[in-house]
Design a protein around this ligand. Structure first.
Ligand code: GLU
Length: 418
């Protein structure tokens, strides 16, 4: 997200919330209760650097709502992380968990840091210190972190280990997205990208689209974008362009995604990939294609570039990739948008499976996990589309109405005490 834009996400999320609350004719008292984050902790994380100095980073954990169950959401390491963004992302997690009907509230955490400027030892020190500082707030019954931007299974192992040291015994259920050897789940790493593709398949089936005749463009080649590209290519859809933070690659003939992934595994970035043209991220968003998957940062499609988008379907792999203005422009153009809280919910669904397996100390096979994810994603897709068609609202409004409506019902029946 570009500097100066970072407040935007909270505005987008709150204005979307208010619009959905209006459409739901939400009781005014319930609306007040759902408009505010429940708990916030702000921490300083001083760490020993490799050069002998100490540097301190600010971190956050926001539990937006816990009416439906423990708080749930990732930990993000990024220079643009701040309190507003973390609140916005925690609210999105709340609605997302409710859309896919898993028994969680919503949370998010993050540290304002550019991890590319730190060594692996420094990142470990930071992850462990941050975990230590937020440890009173997390736990398998309270709040369960997971990976997000710039964090992965490796970081989750450090979270699990640090929390377990505090407790004096192993607590695998405190965090999801862990390595499989310490209680992680089969299928978790690919789950977000897999869920993105499941929602595209459901949309194609509904709209009568043959995916083998389609072209797709993926912005972002991290854990979400690269897996979505790989699995979408398996449907016969031609992936003509992908990008990372340094720019993109394009081939009208279609990219061999397995090959591209092997190149990135060796060279870290897409730049220099042979047999494709280099393009910028701005050019990539405006490419002539059928399906566009923004799976990188928030706030990528704005009122400035929305009119350039030529895709007829946008599937939000990232959280909040469209601004409100862009969303309106694209809906007016009749672009079929599958919103983040539906499209990228596969990750938290398999996080839920991981947590259930950890608590029961009984582990499932990958096929069982992918099959269960398939059922949840299909049900969520159709629940959202039924609302969209019945109430004549956009898919985003429908998803928010479903998610917010479910959280509101919990708030209503539980009452306001003390
Ligand atoms: N960070 C991911 C998200 O935004 C996953 C969260 C989780 O698994 O708890 O959905």
């Amino acid at each position: 997200m570009a500097r100066g834009k970072k407040r935007d996400l909270l505005q987008v999320v709150m204005s979307d919330f208010n619009e959905a609350a209006d459409l739901l004719h939400l009781d005014a008292n319930i609306r007040v209760r759902l408009s505010h984050p429940r708990r916030i902790i702000i921490v300083s994380c001083p760490i020993n650097k490799d050069d002998g100095t100490v540097e301190s980073f600010e971190g956050y954990r926001v539990q937006y709502n816990i009416a439906r169950g423990p708080a749930k959401g990732g930990i993000r390491f990024h220079p643009e992380v701040d309190l507003d963004e973390t609140i916005a992302l925690a609210a999105l997690m709340t609605w997302k968990c409710a859309v896919v009907n898993i028994p969680y509230g919503g949370a998010k955490g993050g540290v304002q840091v550019d991890p590319h400027k730190l060594s692996m030892t420094e990142i470990e020190n930071l992850t462990r210190r941050y975990t230590w500082e937020i440890s009173p707030m997390i736990g398998p019954e309270k709040d369960i972190p997971a990976p997000d931007m710039n964090t992965s299974a490796k970081h989750m192992a450090w979270v699990m280990d640090t929390y377990s040291i505090i407790k004096g015994y192993s607590v695998p259920g405190v965090v999801t997205g862990k390595p499989i050897s310490i209680g992680g789940s089969e299928g978790r790493q690919e789950a977000t990208g897999r869920g993105v593709v499941f929602s595209i398949i459901d949309a194609a089936q509904e709209l009568g689209i043959d995916l083998s005749t389609q072209t797709a463009v993926v912005q972002g080649f991290g854990n979400v974008g690269s897996v979505a590209a790989k699995l979408l290519a398996k449907t016969g859809c031609k992936i003509i362009a992908v990008s990372d933070e340094n720019g993109g690659i394009y081939s009208s003939k279609g990219l061999d995604i397995e090959n591209v992934s092997a190149y990135v595994a060796e060279h870290e970035y897409l730049k220099g990939y042979p047999g494709a043209d280099e393009i910028s991220n701005a050019e990539l968003l405006a490419l002539d294609c059928d399906i566009l998957i923004p799976a990188a940062l928030g706030g990528q499609i704005t009122k400035e570039n929305a009119a350039d988008v030529k895709a007829s379907m946008i599937v939000e792999g990232a959280n909040g990739p469209l601004t409100n203005e862009a969303d309106k422009i694209l809906n007016d153009k009749k672009v079929f948008i599958i919103p983040d809280i539906l499209a990228n919910a596969g990750g938290v669904v398999v996080s839920y499976f991981e947590w259930v397996q950890d608590i029961q100390a009984f582990f499932w096979h990958e096929k069982e996990i992918n099959d269960k994810l398939r059922v949840i994603m299909r049900n969520a897709y159709h629940s959202v589309r039924n609302i969209a068609l019945e109430k004549k609202v956009t898919n985003r409004q429908a998803a928010l109405m479903l998610g917010i409506g479910r959280v509101a019902e919990c708030a209503r029946v539980r009452g306001l005490r003390p």
